[in-house]
Design a protein. Structure first.
Lengths: 137, 188
């Protein structure tokens, strides 16, 4: 059960998302209304600290627990998909107040209506899979 | 015990997210939650429907464990670490939400109780917010190839141009929903 470690990291993630209030519908509304630094602070600190971390890990050929060099894969250069898909996701993010990580965390918090949102998201993913070859990427 | 219950400062929260991202990289994986939607679609039989889901979803079994952990983490936070104080959103947001008929945060609730309940699904605003909203999340994140974790946090940290464009998209969509769609929906 090598995957147990990911269960543990997931539990930590759930607690971080909750205590940071990043799962809060109110906080997402506040962010899209530019009325507080809170969400920008979280994302800004994470991106800056993450960029510094990645820089030093790459420079030092940092290894994973299995002894392999950590892999920082490039994202596919599908620019059109980034913009259009990103915009569609953004529409849903502001309506539900949750992105995929927080959806799962909110379910654990006991908001059962999130099950409906997750099922809708799975249906959305399924439709994307079916339409993918006809969409610009 | 009190210190466990306090909400975290955004600076500390940002660092803790990077710690989670570091652990995943150290364990040989990448931070990105929306791939779990693809894995679940494939797992429940999507494999036969099109090439997108025809992959070895077991390569994502670690992510499904991570997602299960997130649910447990949410449970722990809600039951043992919840702050007794309402979410401290700005006065401006409280006022804007009041104009939409949504009351200010109360108690430990991180989301508006008047919206996050099953009764709302019998109303048009509820269906548009949660069912259509959820559909957009699943369709959009997979089309864009990532969500807030994969693009906004790890993609930007890795200086990826596709991620930067995706984040611009997140904001285009988020601003449209917040300033045009939500006020419209709430009057239905």
């Amino acid at each position: 059960m090598k995957n147990i470690r990911f269960l543990a990291v997931g539990i930590l993630f759930g607690i971080v998302m909750s205590k940071s209030e990043a799962i809060s519908w109110y906080r997402i509304q506040e962010m899209f209304r530019f009325q507080n630094i809170h969400m920008y602070g979280i994302i800004g600190v994470a991106v800056i600290a993450g960029a510094i971390l990645f820089h030093f890990m790459k420079k030092n050929n940092a290894k994973t627990v299995d002894g392999e060099i950590a892999d920082f894969k490039e994202k596919p250069k599908t620019y059109t998909a980034s913009i259009i898909g990103g915009t569609i996701f953004g529409l849903g993010w502001a309506l539900t107040g949750a992105c995929p990580g927080p959806l799962y965390v909110l379910l654990g918090q006991g908001y059962w209506i999130i099950l409906v949102v997750i099922l809708s998201a799975l249906l959305g993913t399924f439709c994307y899979g079916l339409l993918r070859e006809r969409l610009p990427h | 015990m009190e210190i466990l219950k306090q909400p975290w400062h955004w600076g500390f929260s940002g660092i803790m997210i990077v710690f989670v991202m570091f652990l995943l990289i150290y364990f040989g994986k990448r931070f990105g939650v929306s791939s779990s939607f693809k894995a679940i679609c494939s797992m429940v039989g999507g494999k036969k429907t099109c090439s997108y889901f025809d992959y070895d979803w077991k390569s994502h079994s670690w992510l499904l464990m991570f997602v299960l952990g997130s649910i447990i983490g949410g449970y722990i936070a809600a039951n043992f670490m919840a702050s007794p104080d309402p979410v401290a959103i700005s006065a401006g947001t409280i006022q804007d939400l009041a104009e939409l008929g949504i009351s200010a945060p109360t108690g430990s609730a991180l989301v508006p109780p008047e919206l996050f309940n099953f009764d709302i699904l019998t109303t048009l605003p509820g269906i548009l917010m949660f069912i259509i909203g959820g559909f957009f999340i699943g369709f959009g994140t997979r089309y864009a190839g990532g969500c807030t974790s994969g693009h906004a946090i790890s993609g930007l940290s890795n200086l990826q141009l596709p991620s930067f464009l995706a984040v611009i998209g997140f904001f285009i969509g988020g601003l449209i929903s917040t300033h045009f769609l939500l006020p419209l929906i709430m009057t239905l």
